[in-house]
Design a binder for this molecule. Sequence first.
Ligand code: NAP
Ligand code: ZN
Length: 366
Amino acid sequence: MQIYMPTNIYSERNCVRNHKRELASLGKKALLVTGKHSSRRNGSLEDVETALQEEKVPFVLFDGIEENPSVETVMRAAELGREEQVDFVVGIGGGSPMDAAKAIALMIANPQEDERILFAPKELQALPTAAVPTTAGTGSEVTPYAILTLHSHKTKQSISHKIYPRLALIDSRYLKTADQETLINTAVDALSHVLESYLNTNANSYNRMYSEKGLSLFAELREELMMCRRQNGNPAAVLSDQAFERLMQFAVTAGMAITHTGTSIPHGLSYPLTYEMQVPHGKAAGIFLPGFLASYQRKEEVLSVLKRMGFASLEAFTAYLDELLGKVEIPEGLWIEDVKAVLSNQAKLKNYPFEIGREALYAFRR
Ligand code: NAP
Ligand code: ZN
């Protein structure tokens, strides 16, 4: 058994400004990596810019990361970083900019290589990275993973390099601008992480601490998330400051859980859905959770996670998720291809503790 959690994590109000020295100590010139709009609206970009200015560390900005970032975008940002001779990278935003920042840091540090090394089993160093999350979902601020869209393969895939952010600066105020869909879908992503980590071949009593904590945080959050769905409005008008903080903590804890175990079949099934139907990541994984729990053979473990989340039965959990997420109609042809892809995805299958075949996987679609 091993616990390895090397990211230095701070979580508090005004976190970026409070820890500007540690951020600035990562290097001499920074590449800031963001999505197109949200980091300006929620104040995270301004906080990072101000912190670096006050510490007299120059920076350049790449603000063109799309949702589910592509290899092509990563290569464009890396080119800017090399031209500007940056020596560290700060990902600011949801999982997309934070994941992209890791891959960009790898490509800048290895200018002799091309994009093929992203998915090649080669030992390479990346530039130091920091992460400032603005969604409460992926946990990318603490995980070593980065998932990129591969247009050449019409899907998404994790890069083969493990890149832990050196520093994670977490301030739940940034989450307050999230709309209802983003907030719910990203929270369900974190829920997928805790469930896929707890019910995992690599789960043991040490690393289950993280998913167990995640399950109890979710038990405290589930009614508030449903309130967001039912009131159909701005989450900031529905949720308390404490709820936003708990959501961030939930995502970070869930990230720590998958850092030790990886994800499993729901994540494997989600990628083609996101690629082909643009279903947001958390929703695309979350719709498979009832099927995942139903197929899982050690029923006492399933009962234990349901109880920890505060559900009396799998049916009650399924009804809750159906209402929270809504239905996704997956066309037959895509579904057949999706199941086929998972059956050949050794990385995801090996994390599922039992043999699973085509028929059992077909039953995941509801
Ligand atoms: P995202 O793709 O980063 O962002 C989704 C949308 O939310 C974007 O339109 C973004 O706008 C907006 N947004 C972000 N923060 C906001 C805020 N505070 N207020 C309002 N809008 C905000 O979504 P995500 O779910 O966080 O990340 C998904 C990606 O992470 C996927 O590629 C997934 O595969 C990956 N992932 C990684 C890990 C890991 O361990 N590394 C784990 C799970 C998933 P802008 O584009 O304008 O910023
Ligand atoms: Zn995920």
